[in-house]
Design a protein around this ligand. Structure first.
Ligand code: NAD
Ligand code: ZN
Length: 251
């Protein structure tokens, strides 16, 4: 890490420490160091799997075929993932009273596992299931994943993971709470997001409308970097967040 990185990290740490309403906005990149790859890019999940399994129409017509792939990606594979140091630092920042909430595009439940209590899940959560017929909700531990597709305990209807599929709208409460938090934020951290996913990519834009300072962490520049980011910390989420916390404690 070069000198300018260290200076920027110190500056970011003092801005965070002085913040009145710090909000974090996270994308798939924050979970990469937990072993969950992003969807896009060379090693992304969509280079291995066909995204049509997450299209609502295909899922209803081919529940078994969809569920075979969904189980492999989101339960056999995601299920064992643990929070990494970036998730843990966000939980510490909440316990210090600095971080007011996390807005996440992720569906992996790792922010909650790390200890954050206010998490607005823009795309839902893979660790919950919903019945497409009676709309009952279940935790993943209450559901048998063999045989597939899983069935509702109440009405035997088809169960669907409680995250949004292509073509579904954003859960209303998460959407409203995310926009409210973005408006209230005076410092807004963007961690591991390309900025390509609509409409989630509008949330940082809402934050930027006021005098908010945008701090971004990503090994690669994103759509935000040259547009709205004030301090860009180029690097992996776990490493950069650990350094930020060290600096926040030192200042
Ligand atoms: P994305 O917008 O979530 O982008 C991933 C970003 O992560 C990229 O900008 C990449 O440069 C960055 N990144 C890679 N390694 C990183 C690291 N170690 N630290 C910080 N940043 C890192 O794009 P996507 O993957 O195409 O996701 C599409 C949608 O699906 C998003 O809403 C995403 O949150 C969701 N998704 C969720 C999960 C999950 O729940 N873990 C996994 C894949 C995708
Ligand atoms: Zn049901």
């Amino acid at each position: 890490m070069d000198l300018s990185f260290n200076q920027k990290s110190l500056e970011a740490a003092s801005i965070i420490k002085a913040s009145k309403y710090l909000v974090a906005f996270t994308g798939a990149g924050i979970s990469v160091e937990s072993g969950i790859p992003p969807f896009r890019g060379e090693d992304g999940l969509w280079s291995k799997y066909d995204p049509q399994v997450l299209e609502l129409g295909y899922f209803h017509q081919n529940p078994y075929e969809s569920w075979v792939v969904i189980k492999e990606i989101f339960y056999d594979f995601f299920g064992s993932a643990q929070p990494n140091s970036a998730h843990k630092v966000l939980a510490v920042l909440e316990s210090m009273g600095l971080l007011k909430c996390v807005i996440t595009q992720n569906i992996d439940d790792l922010h909650q596992k790390a200890g954050n209590t206010i998490v607005h899940e823009f795309h839902g959560n893979s660790q919950k299931m919903v019945c497409v017929d009676c709309h009952a909700h279940f935790g993943v531990d209450e559901v048998e994943l063999t045989p597939l597709p899983p069935k509702c305990n109440h009405c035997q209807g088809l169960l669907k993971p409680d995250f949004i599929f292509f073509g579904e709208s954003i859960p209303t409460i998460a959407y409203q709470e995310s926009l409210k938090a973005a408006e209230l934020a005076d410092v807004f951290l963007i961690i591991g997001s390309t900025g390509e996913v609509m409409p989630a990519n509008q949330v940082p834009m809402v934050a930027k409308r006021t005098e908010t300072t945008i701090i971004e962490i990503n090994p690669e520049p994103s759509r935000y970097t040259s547009h709205i980011t004030d301090i860009y910390l180029k690097g992996k989420a776990g490493e950069v967040m650990t350094l930020l916390l060290e600096n926040i404690r030192k200042i």
